[in-house]
Design a protein around this ligand. Structure first.
Ligand code: FES
Length: 116
């Protein structure tokens, strides 16, 4: 399995990085927590949007959006660059790459809800 370096920066500019195995079924949120990095989150099931991250680099390393994730991001009026850390997983890229790749994430801006 390939290693992917996940770099995450908070809205306050605090940067962190962890290494994670590609192709596991764990979501980004869980991978970060297992490595000692706490990302903001709420429900953990893809509904609240608290774990939204902006993907700056490495979108191709992530799983496809599920219907639930797409629905939640639509409610927050998010573009294609936003993902839910509690739902997105790392694809298995071991067949195409042996070197470590980078997934660069920034904590997403405050949400704009449909009813605001
Ligand atoms: S923690 Fe609620 S949507 Fe991810």
């Amino acid at each position: 399995m390939s290693l992917i370096k996940i770099k995450w920066t908070s809205r306050l500019g605090k940067a962190h990085a962890i290494d994670a195995k590609a192709g596991t079924e764990s979501a980004i949120l869980e991978l970060c927590e297992n490595a000692g990095l706490e990302l903001p989150h709420g429900c953990r099931v893809g509904v609240c949007g608290s774990c939204r991250v902006q993907v700056v680099e490495g979108e191709e390393l992530l799983s496809e959006r599920s219907f639930l994730e797409s629905d939640t991001l639509e409610r927050h009026r998010d573009g294609a660059e936003i993902r839910l850390a509690c739902r997105a997983t790392l694809r298995d890229v071991s067949a195409t790459a042996k070197t470590t790749k980078s997934l660069v994430l920034v904590q997403a801006p405050e949400a704009i809800f449909e009813d605001e």
